[in-house]
Design a protein around this ligand. Structure first.
Ligand SMILES: Cc1ncc(COP(=O)(O)O)c(C=O)c1O
Length: 397
C-alpha cells in the first residue's frame, strides 16, 4: 500500500529531528544543553494546578466545541488590559495555538491557494500548509537587518490571484523580531487593499524587551473583517503541555466555519481550560519578573555570541529565540557534529539548524536557531561551547 503524497512530503521538525542523536550523546555520558526547543523552564503558575485539583464534578463530560465561557471571559478581561475589546463570539478555544493555525489555514483557502509569510518562520507552518494543501509564498528577511520586513512593495509583488492571506508572527519565532506598528499597519493596508486575510500569530505577545511595545493587529479597527489571531497559553503561562490556545476573529463567516471545524473534533480539554482560566486571572504584574529573566538571558547570550565578529546577529527584541548566521557552510551538519563529535569537558549543545525555518530546502544553510530557555549561567556556558565548536569545526573542514 502506498501512502499519500502529502503523507510522504510533510516535513520533519527541524527542532526535533536531532533528538535521536542527542539521546545517544547523553547515553555516552555527555551533558547536552538543550537550546533547540521553545520549552520554557519557568514554573507553570500553581493557580493552574489548583484550579484542576478543585474540580468537583462527578463526570468529566464533553464541553462546548468552542470552549467554556469561564475561560473566554477570563481572556476577554485579559485583552481589556491592552484596550482590545473582544466578545465571547470572537473566541474559539483550540488545542494550543497549533490547532488555531490549522483551523485558520483550512478556512482561508482551498488546495493550491497561497499564503504569504515572511521567512524564516515558525517551522510548523510548513506542516500545516501541507495538511491544508496551501502554498507558502515566502518573503525573505535577513539577519543583517534584524529580520525586519523589506519594503512593502516587495510583499505586494508576491500577491497573485491565488493569494488568500498574509501571515505575520510577532514577536517572532525563530528570529525574536518584534514588528513595529508601522510594519504591521502597512501589512494591514495591503491586506485590506487586496481583500486578504491577515493572520497574526501573537503567542509571544508579552515577551518584548527594552521597552518595546507589541502592536496587535486587533488594534486596527479597519481590519475587523481581515484579522485572524492565533493565541496560546503555552508560552504566556509556561504551560505547553496544557494544549490550550485560541483563534480570535471578528469575522462572522470565519466564526461560523471554525465552529464546524471545532465540532468535528468535539471539544477542547475541560480541565486544562479551567487551569487556563485561573492563570488568565493572575495580575499582569505576573509577567514582570519573567520578562526581566528572559531579557537577562537574551543579553547574556547576545554578549557571548557577538564576541565572534563573524556571527551575524542583531539583538532580538522579543520572544525567547534568536536566529544567528554562523561562519559555517552547513548548519545541519554543524549541529549534528556538535552532538556527535564535540564537547568541552564532557558538555555540548543542541541547537536547531536554521534551514527548516524556510519554505524551500537548502535555504540559508549557515543559520541556527537558539531558544534561550535555560538560566543565564547555563546560557553563558552553552554560548561559549558554541563559539569553541565553530572554531574546531572550521579547523576540521
Ligand atoms: C510562533 C508559534 N506559534 C504557535 C505555536 C504553537 O504553540 P502551542 O500549540 O503549544 O500553543 C508555537 C510553539 O512553539 C510557536 O512558536
Amino acid at each position: 500500500m502506498k501512502i499519500s503524497a502529502r503523507g510522504e512530503s510533510i516535513q520533519d521538525s527541524p527542532i526535533r529531528k536531532l533528538s535521536p542523536v542527542a539521546i545517544k550523546t547523553k547515553e555516552a555520558g555527555k551533558k547536552v544543553y538543550h537550546l533547540n526547543i521553545g520549552q520554557p523552564d519557568i514554573p507553570t503558575p500553581p493557580e493552574f494546578f489548583e484550579a484542576i485539583r478543585s474540580y468537583s464534578e462527578k463526570v468529566l463530560s464533553y464541553g462546548p466545541s468552542d470552549g467554556i465561557n469561564e475561560l473566554k471571559d477570563a481572556m476577554i478581561n485579559y485583552f481589556k488590559r491592552y484596550d482590545i475589546d473582544l466578545m465571547r463570539e470572537n473566541l474559539t478555544i483550540t488545542y494550543g495555538g497549533s490547532e488555531a493555525v490549522s483551523f485558520a489555514f483550512n478556512i482561508i483557502g482551498d488546495p493550491g491557494d497561497e499564503i504569504i509569510i515572511p521567512e524564516p518562520f515558525y517551522t510548523n507552518y510548513n506542516g500545516y500548509a501541507t495538511m491544508s494543501d496551501l502554498k507558502i509564498v515566502p518573503v525573505p528577511t535577513m539577519a543583517e537587518t534584524g529580520f525586519h520586513l523589506p519594503d512593502i512593495s516587495e510583499i505586494e509583488k508576491k500577491i497573485t490571484s491565488r493569494t488568500k492571506a498574509i501571515l505575520i508572527c510577532s514577536p517572532n519565532n525563530p528570529t525574536g523580531t518584534v514588528f513595529s506598528e508601522e510594519e504591521i499597519r502597512s501589512l494591514g493596508e495591503v491586506a485590506k487593499k487586496h481583500d486578504l486575510f491577515l493572520i497574526a500569530d501573537e503567542v509571544y505577545k508579552e515577551f518584548t524587551y527594552d521597552g518595546i511595545r507589541h502592536f496587535s493587529v486587533l488594534e486596527i479597527d479597519e481590519l475587523r473583517e481581515n484579522v485572524i489571531v492565533v493565541d496560546s497559553i503555552s508560552k504566556r503561562y509556561s504551560s505547553c503541555g496544557a494544549r490550550i490556545g485560541a483563534m480570535i476573529t471578528r469575522n462572522k463567516d470565519v466564526m461560523v466555519s471554525v465552529l464546524k471545524f471545532a465540532q468535528a473534533r468535539l471539544c477542547p480539554p475541560t480541565l486544562e481550560q479551567l487551569g487556563a482560566a485561573a492563570t488568565y486571572k493572575l495580575p499582569h504584574s505576573y509577567f514582570e519578573d519573567i520578562k526581566k529573566e528572559y531579557q537577562l538571558r537574551r543579553d547574556t547570550l547576545y554578549e557571548v555570541l557577538t564576541a565572534n565578529k563573524d556571527i551575524v546577529l542583531r539583538k532580538p527584541e522579543g520572544a525567547f529565540y534568536l536566529m544567528a548566521k554562523l561562519p559555517v557552510d552547513d548548519s545541519d551538519d554543524f549541529a549534528k557534529w556538535m552532538l556527535e563529535s564535540f564537547d568541552v569537558d564532557g558538555e555540548t549543545v543542541m541547537v536547531a539548524p536554521g534551514g527548516g525555518f524556510y519554505s524551500a530546502e537548502g535555504e540559508r544553510t549557515d543559520e541556527i536557531r537558539i531558544a534561550y530557555v535555560l538560566d543565564s549561567s547555563k546560557l553563558k556556558i552553552a554560548g561559549k561551547i558554541i563559539l569553541e565548536a565553530i572554531r574546531e569545526y572550521n579547523k576540521k573542514s
